[in-house]
Design a protein around this ligand. Structure first.
Ligand code: PLP
Length: 366
């Protein structure tokens, strides 16, 4: 049995891959692979419409929000967001955007946004090496911020918001903009608390190449003149995500994942399982000095669990032994070191149990 702990692109449900394999050469008697279909044909339209409908249902996305399917990944969105939102308050010049710095992905978002607008880093945990989410009371928000940006799950550092910040009163109602690349659909979510939710698909949704943007309708139509048309959210929304050719096959697989999620019992059931899986792993890591975690308990990610052996010189032996047991891609990100287990929706409880069993055995034998 193989268990893939990759941070992304990441494990997908076996059932989904099997269905895609079965339908690869001839989708539903159409005589075509999904990859070969015109994105405007009736077969493909039924696929994208179902995917949009199912995603809306899974996240209970309110009617005044658009779901956009784009390309470019979350890193492209780091530029696309200020291009669409920094002039939200009106005026010829882009305004100031507030960013909360909680890890490697926030750092990247901030750096990119600075190319387009003024950035105020309203709070940062960088000085403590991103070991926790800064308390909401400590944020120094701008009174007239165009928007407030956060990364609600830091994939590399392993920190996750366990609260939804309210920023309206301090910012004259600035919208919250959240990079949810690595935990969207892993927990229930009140979409109405956010102006924009975005992320790459390659963790909990499907293959790389698809980028999701969920945007409140009143935030459309404010793009800077320099914004490429294909990334102007209003143009994309007005064209039902077909202004340019969307990543058709990635959307098809995402649609199969959405159907799989519905069969499992939806996002609330995934959250229940994810709490159980993360609890099992953290409880074991906490129970011994052989392994260490760095993240404050109230900020720990349920999706990405970085951990360290007490003796770094054992890392290669640990990884080789893990691989022998079918526990793959456990090496930590190079900027953090150590190990990282990413335990997304498609990772079964049995995978985490197998990992904990190996952790215990490795500790006993080393
Ligand atoms: C939280 C987060 N933001 C942004 C990115 C970058 O995504 P992409 O490489 O798809 O642009 C990643 C991913 O790998 C991520 O985990």
């Amino acid at each position: 049995m193989i268990y893939n702990f990759s941070a992304g692109p990441a494990v997908l449900p076996k059932e989904v891959l099997q269905q895609a394999a079965d339908e690869m050469l001839d989708w539903h008697g159409s005589g075509m692979s999904v990859m070969e279909m015109s994105h405007r044909g009736k077969e493909y339209m039924s696929i994208i419409e179902a995917a949009l409908r199912d995603m809306r249902e899974l996240l209970a996305v309110p009617a005044n929000y658009k779901i956009l399917f784009l390309q470019g990944g979350a890193i492209a969105e780091n530029a696309i967001i200020p291009m669409n939102l920094s002039a939200l308050r009106g005026g010829a010049q882009p305004g100031v955007a507030d960013y909360i710095n909680t890890g490697s992905w926030s750092v990247k978002s901030i750096k990119e946004a600075r190319r387009y607008c003024e950035v105020n880093v309203a709070a940062s945990s960088e000085a403590e090496k991103f070991a926790s989410i800064p308390a909401r009371e400590s944020w120094k928000l701008s009174h007239n911020a165009a928007y407030v940006h956060l990364c609600t799950n830091e994939t590399i550092d392993g920190v996750e918001y366990q609260f939804t910040p309210d920023v309206a009163a301090d910012t004259n109602n600035a919208p919250l903009v959240a990079d949810m690349s690595s935990h969207i659909l892993s927990r229930t979510l009140d979409v109405s608390k956010y102006g924009v939710i975005y992320g790459g698909a390659q963790k909990n949704i499907g293959p790389a190449g698809l980028t999701i943007v969920i945007v409140r309708e009143d935030l459309l139509g404010h793009a800077l003149p320099i914004c490429p048309s294909a990334f102007d959210w209003k143009i994309v929304a007005d064209n039902d995500s077909m202004y340019n050719t969307p990543p058709t096959y990635a959307i098809y697989i995402a649609g199969l994942v959405f159907q799989w999620l519905k069969r499992q019992g939806g996002v609330a059931e995934m959250e229940r399982r994810n709490i159980a899986k993360a609890g099992l792993l953290y409880d074991y890591l906490d129970s011994t000095d052989f392994y260490k975690t760095r993240i404050a308990k109230d900020s720990r990610s349920r999706m990405n669990v970085p951990f360290f052996l007490h003796d770094d010189s054992l890392n290669d032996i640990f990884l080789a032994g893990a691989k022998e047991r079918g526990l793959l891609q456990l090496k930590g990100h190079k900027s953090v070191g150590g190990m990282r287990a990413s335990i997304y929706n498609a990772m079964p409880l049995e995978g985490v149990q197998a990992l904990v069993e190996y952790l215990r055995e490795f500790e006993r034998t080393h």
